[in-house]
Design a protein around this ligand. Structure first.
Ligand SMILES: Cc1cc2nc3c(=O)[nH]c(=O)nc-3n(C[C@H](O)[C@H](O)[C@H](O)COP(=O)(O)O)c2cc1C
Length: 350
């Protein structure tokens, strides 16, 4: 898996805007690999993205899907009540906190029908029958994991590879079950610790993700045994990314820390600290995707107004070091930095 890549870099799926077919196509032109982000899209919206990508390149690509979780029974009302004031600030009403499965079955049918080369999953493991369907369609299946236990479950279900996500990562944590007693939704391992722990329980090919922003980081996870490094934040300001202009500006200012929060979606995710995150994180229940729907009009209105204080601005811990350039240039830079780092490291061991 990913053995034939000229550069062992994967442009991460980034749902909610940053991922575009143009970004994925640029990754493949540079000899790397890219995922379309199926999360939040309708099946028709995802089909359109696949068509656009297919018009740009014949190269292999991936699609990422969110595995639906168990419907949380927690009382959302107190949190919804808090958000009225926030919504009024932007002249909107909070959304309806409805649970749904993100059109999972329809999107799964689509990726099977389109014989998608690699299908990756986050927030859980697909059932074995679905993995078999994907295998029958010629797809390789990658599952995001954050711990040894999740790695065991994914391997047992028939995954072909695992994306090992460290706590440095931007965006949602891939934790299968969001442990509400824990602000991060589950145990926290840095990417190198997670790789080491997971490789102790499985021989599956591992992709490493979380805070990797320099070629030396890519070289580090490859020498630690990963087959490829998956980078999201490093591409948020790529020319081809669809990142919201306000988030681009705030990323470039590099003035804010990142933190975990459930406040925007109900699932723990790492993003740039803003007023919304500061004021609501401690009150937000573990109820995904209900909170995603509840806060959506507020986030959208803040985005339209160019106000970063109520937008979700997912970013990894090393976002300050990510630059703005064409994706191909970013990948070429990663490659040359990795080669240089490896040369230097080899010298150190005689
Ligand atoms: C803006 C943003 C959106 C993301 N969306 C997704 C997604 O839709 N699916 C997914 O599996 N991971 C998603 N991730 C997480 C990435 O797959 C990956 O774990 C993360 O980007 C790695 O850390 P880094 O951002 O520090 O490179 C997202 C990350 C970011 C920054």
């Amino acid at each position: 898996m990913f053995d034939s890549l000229r550069v062992p870099v994967i442009v991460a799926p980034m749902a909610g805007g940053p991922t575009t077919p143009e970004l994925v196509a640029a990754a493949t032109r540079a000899g790397a690999f890219g995922f379309l982000a199926g999360g939040y899209l309708s099946a028709a919206g995802l089909a359109e993205q696949i068509d656009r990508l297919r018009a740009l390149t014949d190269a292999a690509f991936g699609v990422n899907l969110f595995v639906p979780g168990v419907r949380s029974t927690v009382d959302i009302e107190p949190y919804a009540a808090r958000l009225w004031e926030e919504a009024e600030r932007y002249g909107v009403s909070p959304g309806t906190p409805r649970w749904d499965d993100d059109a999972y079955s329809a999107k799964l049918d689509l990726v099977v029908e389109r014989r998608t080369p690699v299908v990756s999953f986050t927030f859980g493991v697909p059932i074995e029958a679905d993995i078999e369907r994907l295998h029958d369609a010629g797809s390789a299946v990658l599952v995001t994991v954050t711990s040894q236990e999740e790695a065991r479950q994914a391997a047992a279900a028939g995954a072909d590879g695992l994306c090992v996500q460290g706590f440095e990562a931007g965006g949602h944590r891939g934790v299968f079950a969001d442990d509400a007693t824990d602000p991060a939704g589950g145990p926290l391992y840095g990417v190198l610790a997670a790789l080491r722990l997971v490789s102790a329980v499985t021989d599956l090919p591992l992709v490493a993700a979380g805070g990797l922003v320099h070629g030396a980081d890519v070289a580090a996870v490859i020498t630690a045994g990963a087959v490829a490094a998956q980078l999201g934040t490093a591409f948020l300001r790529a020319d081809e990314a669809g990142t919201n202009p306000t988030q681009r500006r705030v990323l470039a200012e590099a003035g804010r820390p990142t933190a975990f929060t459930r406040a925007f979606t109900g699932r723990p995710a790492r993003g740039l600290v803003n007023r919304f995150l500061r004021e609501h994180t401690e009150h937000a229940p573990a109820a995904y995707p209900q909170l995603h729907r509840l806060t959506r009009p507020i986030r959208a209105a803040a985005g339209s107004a160019g106000d970063p204080e109520s937008m979700s601005m997912w970013a990894g811990q090393t976002y300050q070091l990510a630059g703005s350039a064409a994706a191909e240039e970013i990948i070429e830079l990663l490659r040359s930095q990795a080669r240089e780092a490896l040369r230097r490291a080899e010298g150190r061991f005689g």
